[in-house]
Design a protein around this ligand. Structure first.
Ligand code: PXL
Length: 277
């Protein structure tokens, strides 16, 4: 069985980070180990008054224990990280758990729609960009790419601009940057990947639903990590991730009001299992 470890927070209520990654990657038939970086009562995107318990100091201890057990992973995937110190510790974790035949995915969770999520700033974006240099795959949206590259955020772009951004992201040091939430018109939305070693771009688009749904970045990143872990190539992994994310958004449409804080991804897990057959 393939084995992955995902390192991100548990937002106890709100459907993002670990409460998405664990069910989604498990549904893909992959053993999914977790390192919770923090426990929040809810995510930070729209809720107020949430609790936040930092678990940074547990990470090196978990890592040491796993090392003593000689545990190995086919992939390591990080999402939302809560502090600069946590980024340093995760960076050490990469050094300890990288092998000759596994890979690292960093989803540099920083913000969306041109804005930082609560608690993040330019300094943090710079540290996240450093972490990206250790990754095989990074999965920023346009907001996160702009913050890490220190360029203005724009919604007005063409293929040449996207390809230029991807080349710049590859220069951070990762092998394959994937830009998510790309749309050249109102009809289609998707992701574009760049394979630096082969100087090749991969495009994958599906229907654009004109509504931003919280947690879809985590769904995309979880499915992408899972797809590559089970051996799908870049194009196929992009297609599965884009299509499943869109299925989750479509399934949420009847519930948009009550489900303002997340998606109905649970209703689509059966489709995900079909998509990877
Ligand atoms: O979905 C990204 C995410 C993860 N974890 C926490 C968040 C967010 C986005 O707002 O607040 C705690």
């Amino acid at each position: 069985m393939k084995k992955t470890v995902t390192i991100q927070d548990i937002s106890c209520y709100g459907k993002c980070s670990l409460t998405v990654a664990l069910p989604v990657i498990s549904a893909m038939g992959i053993e999914t180990a977790v390192i919770p970086t923090a426990v929040l009562s809810t995510h930070t995107g729209g809720f107020t008054g949430y609790t936040f318990r930092d678990l940074t100091s547990d990470i090196p201890e978990i890592s040491r224990h796993w090392k003593s057990l000689n545990i190995k992973f086919n992939s390591v995937y990080t999402g939302y990280l809560g502090s600069a110190e946590q980024i340093n510790i995760v960076s050490d974790f990469f050094d300890d758990f990288r092998t000759d035949d596994n890979f690292i995915v960093v989803d540099p969770v920083l913000g969306d729609n041109g804005k930082f999520y609560n608690g993040f700033n330019e300094d943090f974006a710079e540290k996240m960009a450093c972490l990206c240099s250790k990754a095989d795959y990074i999965l920023p949206n346009m907001t996160e790419a702009s913050f890490m590259l220190k360029i203005p955020y724009t919604e007005n772009y063409d293929r040449a601009y996207i390809e230029d951004i991807l080349r710049k992201l590859a220069r951070l040091g990762c092998k394959i940057p994937v830009l998510t939430g790309v749309h050249f018109d109102d009809k289609k939305q998707g992701a574009v990947a760049y394979d630096r070693e082969n100087d090749t771009f991969f495009y994958s688009f599906s229907d654009n639903i004109a509504r931003s749904v919280h947690g879809t970045g985590d769904i995309f990143a979880s499915v992408f990590t899972g797809a590559v872990t089970i051996g799908k190539d870049i194009q196929k992994s992009l297609d599965i991730s884009v299509n499943y994310t869109v299925e989750c958004i479509k399934a949420t449409i009847p519930y948009f009001d009550e489900m303002w804080y997340g998606s109905c991804f649970e209703l689509c897990l059966g489709k995900l299992i079909d998509m990877i057959k």
